[in-house]
Design a protein around this ligand. Sequence first.
Ligand code: ZN
Length: 621
Amino acid sequence: MKRLCLAIAAALALSGVAAADEQRENAFADRGFVGTRADPLIKAADGRTIWDLRGWDFLEGPPAPTVDPDFWRHNQRLRKNGLFKVADGIYQVRGFDAANVTFIEGRTGYIVMDPLTSAETAKAAYDLVKDKLGDKPVRAMIYTHSHVDHFGGSRGILPDGGQGKIPVIAPAGFLEAAVSENVLAGNAMSRRSFFQFGSFLPRSPTGQISSGLGIGLSPGTQTLVPPTRLITRTGETLTIDGVKLEFQLTPGTEAPSEMNLFLPDKRALHLSENANASMHNLLPVRGALVRDAKAWADYLTEAEVRYGRRTDVIFNSHAWPHWGPPALEYLAKHRDAYKFLHDQTVRLMNKGYTGVEIAERLKLPEVLAREPYNKSFYGDFSLNTKAVYQRYMGWYDGNPANLRALPPEELATRYVRALGGPRAVLRMAQEAAGRDDRWAVELLNRLVFAHPDNAEAKELLASVYQRMGFAAQSGIIRNVYLNGAQELRRGPPKLPGGAATADIVQNTPTSMFLDLVAVRLDPEKAGSAPLAIGVVATDRPERHLVTLRNSVLLHGPLGAGARTDATLEGPRGQLIAVLSGQPLAEALAAGRLKLTGDRAAVERLLASLDRFTPDFPVVTP
Ligand SMILES: [Zn+2]
């Protein structure tokens, strides 16, 4: 009987027919469909296409041999788009961007939650709601957490920002987290996010499909209407336009500032991005501060205890809802996956295993692993075990051999020499490729780092990466390998530095910009002579003193009578522009900034600041 079941399961898998768990997810992804927009294109004011609803039509039909079949079907669900009913008075627009935007009907208008990444896609979602449900005003906006795919479209919903009359509700610490998470390490993170999201890969069965969290990320206008009302404790309630809202704060989980929402009258629980249709990341490969798996699981338990018995539907910031008894099972089993991940990693850690070893040994129990929402479509279970290890123990595995290991190029040169030279290493790699790809990668990566001009080694490594990408279940891992292959063949993309949007700049404290200036200081260019420069904003009550001493840049308030070599004065935006690299001479000539004192001192400071661009080599030395 067991053999027969296995045979049927294998046949089902081969034919691409979904198993029962997947059929349930398929049904939930379809449930409540109201309609979608007629025009598949969402465009910016300049005519540029921001989103094409047909962009993933290639996913129709059985899985391509170059894509993990489970991941293929997961994306068939993710790409469904339009307006969906979640419960009476609760609707979501899905498939218009990376995330979902939720519309809650009040007595006279809508409460809008998580207004997508771009103003253009958010406006298109609101237009669809007006078309299908009625043209009513926005009565409040809610941001569940501090990631841009949940607030970037805010001005597509409230072009005038609500003018203080529309409450904009967010969890405590939202603005600081929203503007700060990617400032200091932003350039390195954007470089690596090209790998994570496959930003420069073609979208096709042999290229990028999705990250696995949402079907795509719209490249439109990112905005930020700042919150006017912060939620500071779990259990806090608000009634807006006749709708009762109860909040559960979940800081330090998927985002530094995050909260869940319970609608008691509608028996509906919104778990934000704390629950998803896939396992999430504890440490995204783009780089981030490592997240807390235990807090994540504990907050899901708190949600279960506080709201479980009063919940008929669970819906989220990404993907589709779960209804009825499967909803509570989803919450419990999704929580169990994170709890298992945390507890078992720590158990093995305490038995002496290192992160790399734990990642090889630990597997989710079958009862949890078979649920589509616990699969590694986005975050990867084995990478997550390494993140748990890192959170507690850091990068060092305790072995003195690894305390001061040689850097990659030096190590590679010695390895290749020790193994008999480049031809011998290439031959070993050719024998391993296709049979033992991880070993082939180890050999070829050393060879490329020792001999970056070895075209044969680079092409063979690219072909191995490609095969590993095609086999990956996680969209992120797929993208990383495929982007690695592409860069081995073509080199890194040539790109200017990232420019933050006006709303983000406006809401970022000046002191945070000065922190970024400090990490750009090149000590060799700065020289040893101390400097003191006043930086005075004329449009805000802000006076900063920037000092350079001992190869360190410090900043603080500019007190009356402080000794300075020079003072730069002007609107804050102009000061930031010049400190970010725009020419000082032009700003002074155009009268945008005023300089008093020693101009050479300011010029020396500006000339000692590094410029970052996200195009440094990664897969080659
Ligand atoms: Zn998100």
